[in-house]
Design a binder for this molecule. Structure first.
Ligand code: ATP
Ligand code: MG
Length: 478
């Protein structure tokens, strides 16, 4: 090829490459080929749900395309209004005002900004087609190479504005204006999420969440999981590695190799890990009630956790069997007293008649010592059940017991009298870290768990008839 033709050819290749780079968006979800849209059913479900629901969450494994081909992709379609003919989701026919946010200003710059615009100095090579960038983005102050507002030409002729934000700015930065589309990449704090809902309320706008649920059953995650039945307002789509065609078996094996055991479910399947976060991520007001009189036909049972350095704790539970609601009605927690004293105090507070559930291990290190301690307390006048705590169907797993309590809290079947202030302290701090329960102070919670496990032995409080009472007092005179 002659020299000048060579140069012309090289220029043409460069031009084509640039043009293709500027239309990155078109590479996603083709009709055919190994990465065809048909092989992305979860992505399609997420898009389609947007036509019906204002709140959507793609709670998914790592690397499945949450940022790029869910949140980012959809955001760009709304900014430009240039939807592909197969688009199953919602369509805006006018320019929009939008926000995209993530954890920190740096991660927003390095992830959201980079995916949407391309690298600094190469804007137009990201998901936003180069020829739709209306003008240079404004810059964010105090963060190098970070942009604030991105201006995108809308097919109607106007300009859409996308503002980048970060959770570390705090909820207040999410107040104020009305917004059409908000995309939160990575799990937002609950207060920021609800602020975002408010922002999109009056516009009839929408909120999209895309994240891997590493914080376990957080408030936001729970709000989606709990949202069931007829009044359902949110769409939850969960996706794992097997729901996308772009990850090979080799990719999956390599990704798995680096994972810590308690993270595997969240990172590979998009299932909330129980590895960290609150054990009971439930709004306190949902379970707290002012004390009520316990109706005579409700059955009651105590639960006890032994301790020496750790306090000895006990709770009194009442069970409304008709509605299947458990109430924590009274609490006892004291450290470093002999069994005799604990027993006397508990008897006085809860009543002598109350059957009492107890655990298999009296001390943390001393499995089997529960029996010995139960005998002691029995000798001191508490009505210790004849066997250690176990479920109806056998077994005494801590996790199963906690799950039972959590299910009840979520469905309104676990209530705690507001007078049980120590119980609420424990409830607030009880959490998991790196897959393990942090046993800072869980004495009353454990006592509650034992009582719940043994609820089949709960009894109605015996109220003696007048006759019996007079016989008793008659007898006692002798
Ligand atoms: N629809 C798609 N078609 C083809 N490749 C895709 C698609 N979605 C994602 N990918 C590929 O997967 C990579 C990871 O995508 P992305 O960063 O969006 O995943 P993520 O789920 O946000 O990951 P992380 O958990 O790290 O945040 C992309 O760089 C791209 O190579
Ligand atoms: Mg991502």
């Amino acid at each position: 090829m002659p020299k000048n033709e060579q140069i012309r050819f090289a220029k043409r290749v460069k031009e084509l490459r640039k043009r293709r780079a500027g239309r990155k968006l078109l590479q996603y979800f083709p009709a055919g080929g190994p990465l065809r849209r048909e092989l992305y059913p979860k992505h399609m479900a997420f898009f389609a749900a947007g036509a019906e629901k204002r709140e959507r969450c793609m709670m998914a494994a790592n690397r499945v395309g949450k940022t790029e081909s869910c949140g980012g992709y959809e955001m760009v379609l709304h900014l430009t209004g240039d939807y592909p003919e197969w688009w199953p989701g919602r369509r805006f026919t006018r320019p929009i005002k939008a926000w995209a946010a993530g954890d920190t200003s740096e991660t927003v710059r390095d992830i959201i900004q980079a995916k949407l615009l391309g690298r600094w100095g190469e804007f137009g090579t990201g998901l936003i087609p180069a020829d739709t960038i209306a003008r240079q983005p404004t810059r964010r102050r105090n963060v190098p190479e970070a942009v604030l507002d991105i201006f995108v030409k809308h097919v109607s002729g106007g300009v859409s504005v996308l503002t980048l934000k970060s959770y570390d700015q705090g909820r207040k930065k999410f107040q104020g204006t009305e917004v059409d589309v908000i995309w939160l990449d990575e799990e937002p704090p609950a207060d920021i999420y609800s602020e975002c809902l408010t922002r999109t309320m009056t516009t009839g706008g929408m909120v999209m969440l895309t994240f891997t649920p590493l914080s376990g059953m957080s408030e936001v995650v729970l709000s989606y999981i709990e949202d069931k039945g007829e009044g359902k307002t949110k769409a939850l789509i969960q996706a794992g590695w097997d729901d996308v065609p772009h990850l090979t078996e080799k990719d999956k094996a390599e990704l798995t190799a680096g994972l810590r055991p308690h993270e595997i479910d969240a990172r590979s399947k998009g299932k909330p890990s129980l590895g960290s976060g609150a054990v009971f991520p439930v709004d306190e007001t949902k379970i707290k009630i002012d004390p009520i009189a316990i109706p005579a036909h409700w059955v009651q049972i105590g639960g006890m956790d032994f301790g020496w350095d750790h306090p000895t704790a006990a709770v009194k539970l009442a069970w409304d069997r008709d509605q299947d609601i458990i109430y924590v009605v009274d609490e006892y927690r004291e450290a470093q007293r002999p069994a005799l004293e604990h027993a006397a105090l508990i008897r006085a507070a809860f009543g002598e008649w109350l059957p009492m559930a107890w655990p298999h291990d009296g001390h943390q290190h001393d499995k089997g010592s529960g029996e010995v301690l139960a005998d002691q307390y029995r000798a001191h006048g508490l009505k210790m059940l004849s066997e250690m705590a176990s479920f109806d169907e056998g077994g005494n797993s801590v996790e199963a017991g906690l799950q039972d309590m959590l299910d009840r809290m979520i469905s309104g079947r676990w209530k705690v009298f507001s007078t049980c202030t120590m119980w609420f302290e424990e409830f607030r701090i009880y959490h998991r870290k790196d897959g393990k329960l942090v046993k800072l102070r869980d004495d009353l919670i454990s006592a509650s768990r034992y009582g719940l496990m043994m609820k089949r032995f709960a009894k109605v409080k015996q109220t003696r008839s007048v006759n019996e009472q007079s016989i008793m007092s008659y007898e006692s005179e002798y």
